[in-house]
Design a protein around this ligand. Structure first.
Ligand SMILES: Nc1ncnc2c1ncn2[C@@H]1O[C@H](COP(=O)(O)OP(=O)(O)OP(=O)(O)O)[C@@H](O)[C@H]1O
Length: 265
């Protein structure tokens, strides 16, 4: 990936970028269940988009459609202009589920997608080392999944996606199982990664503070069938310090605005 953000890039710089993901009148159904949509929404290349909304409104469904594991019942999902009709290999997908292979060490688990992609050994080893360091698992390279806690397993999955260096990161509550301190550290790492790579992020969370800290825009979905009912531009300066940003007066105002938009009683 060649796009590197300038440290002092203006807010909303991505508004000039081409569209990376386009949901065009997308509806999801599971049998008789109308789960989501119609949803029309564009995500620009290099944008950090957060999606919030009540449980079951179709947030994971949106991500699955970008990943190509689920087809819309109506409408079309486009990636870089083309309809997604098969597994999208430009995507790195991080969920709360842990798919570590128990017979592989941490480093071998992180290396897995690089083996599939036939990345040369030395380059793969370099990427694996950097990714393991980024998630704070240095020293556990030779450990097996059964020797790790839930939060550590989750970090192995995150490291695996980092090493893959995808164009798009789809993240489905990726830090839900981490303690508060680690979560904050991962927010910092994630913003650094976003800054360095120019990758596009679609980040699903229930945590409004997390969404505001990270995102350029936050989409608030309605209850099922979920549709975007509000899109809030987060015009906080970048680069952001994940602690300092919370004392910005606008931060609290965004929390209130999003909370009101969620309309949870
Ligand atoms: N494979 C499936 N088969 C049947 N129903 C499904 C399937 N996948 C999702 N659903 C249903 O579609 C709706 C949307 O699911 P989805 O997982 O996208 O919601 P979500 O917003 O991500 O929820 P949560 O915040 O609880 O993770 C839910 O009612 C869910 O039960």
């Amino acid at each position: 990936m060649s796009v590197h953000r300038l440290q002092s890039s203006p807010m909303n710089a991505v508004s000039e970028e081409p569209v990376a993901i386009d949901f065009d009148g997308v509806v999801a159904r599971f049998g008789a269940l109308h789960a989501m949509g119609p949803t029309t929404l564009s995500v620009r290349q290099g944008e950090f988009l957060a999606v919030v909304g009540p449980s079951g409104c179709g947030k994971s469904t949106l991500l699955n459609m970008v990943a190509g594991t689920l087809r819309p019942a109506e409408g079309v999902v486009r990636y870089k202009g083309d309809a997604v009709t098969a597994i999208n290999h430009d995507v790195g997908y991080i969920t709360q589920k842990n798919f570590c292979l128990p017979w592989r060490t941490v480093e071998a688990n992180v290396r897995l997608p690089l083996e599939f992609r036939r990345i040369p050994k030395a380059e793969a080893a370099r990427r694996v080392r950097i990714a393991i360091d980024k998630v704070g698992l240095g020293g556990f390279e030779k450990a097996y999944p059964r020797q790790l806690s839930g939060g550590m397993l989750q970090r192995v999955m995150i490291a695996r996606t980092l090493a893959y260096e995808p164009d798009i990161y789809l993240m489905d509550e990726p830090f839900g199982s981490l303690d508060a301190q680690l979560r904050t550290r991962m927010h910092g790492e994630l913003l650094k990664l976003w800054q360095e790579t120019g990758a596009t992020f679609v980040f699903v969370t229930h945590d409004l503070q997390e969404a505001i800290t990270l995102a350029d825009r936050v989409v608030v979905m309605s209850g099922r069938p979920g549709r975007p009912k509000r899109v809030v531009d987060i015009e906080l300066p970048r680069p952001r310090d994940v602690i300092d940003i919370q004392s910005n007066p606008a931060f609290g105002a965004y929390v209130k605005e999003l909370w009101a938009a969620l309309d949870v009683h």
